[in-house]
Design a protein around this ligand. Structure first.
Ligand SMILES: CC(C)(COP(=O)(O)OP(=O)(O)OC[C@H]1O[C@@H](n2cnc3c(N)ncnc32)[C@H](O)[C@@H]1OP(=O)(O)O)[C@@H](O)C(=O)NCCC(=O)NCCS
Length: 144
């Protein structure tokens, strides 16, 4: 079941998938606790199998009310089943209700095709994030 959760519920998967098992407190992003931030998780058998976080934050190159998607992660054993796609579509419906203009992210190279499949477009050339690798900014206009 996809549902809104607090920061605590996204940290275990964020740590395991995106931060090499670092202690949870080191996996907190600035802004995680803001009122305007929301976190989503797909909970199965009391465990988060997919998580994502949305910060109210426009991309520097695009005006408007926008959310930055961060910390998108599906547990390795649950990937390829459409769970990540479903979670982002849940977010898109919610963001449409908020009259958000667009959602964007800095996508890892390995996730480009995943985001393209959800409908995101590239909005930057490739750039390097130290210690993680190549990324491109991608965005999805929210139609309402
Ligand atoms: C990127 C990530 C979040 C995708 O999560 P996921 O739950 O596996 O996503 P989905 O199952 O919806 O889609 C994954 C693939 O399965 C395919 N798929 C979608 N629905 C499917 C279904 N019902 N059955 C089989 N395959 C399906 C998709 O086409 C997609 O293929 P693609 O990656 O070649 O485009 C996950 O791979 C992950 O956590 N990766 C490591 C962390 C990471 O890179 N995060 C993004 C940081 S920017």
């Amino acid at each position: 079941m996809i549902t809104f959760v607090g920061t605590d519920a996204v940290l275990p998967l964020r740590s395991r998938v995106l931060r090499d098992g670092k202690p949870f407190q080191e996996c907190v992003f600035p802004g995680d606790e803001l009122e305007t931030t929301f976190h989503l998780a797909d909970i199965q058998n009391n465990e988060a199998v997919c998580v994502a976080t949305f910060h109210l934050h426009a991309h520097p190159a695009f005006k408007g009310d926008a959310y930055q998607l961060r910390g998108m992660a599906t547990a390795p054993e649950s990937r390829g089943n459409g769970i990540g796609n479903q979670l982002l579509n849940f977010a898109i419906v919610y963001l449409r209700g908020l009259k958000t203009d667009y959602v964007w992210c800095n996508a890892r190279k390995a996730a480009y095709s995943f985001y393209l499949g959800v409908g995101f477009e590239f909005i930057s050339e490739e750039f390097e994030i130290a210690g993680i690798g190549p990324h491109r900014a991608m965005y999805l206009k929210i139609r309402h």
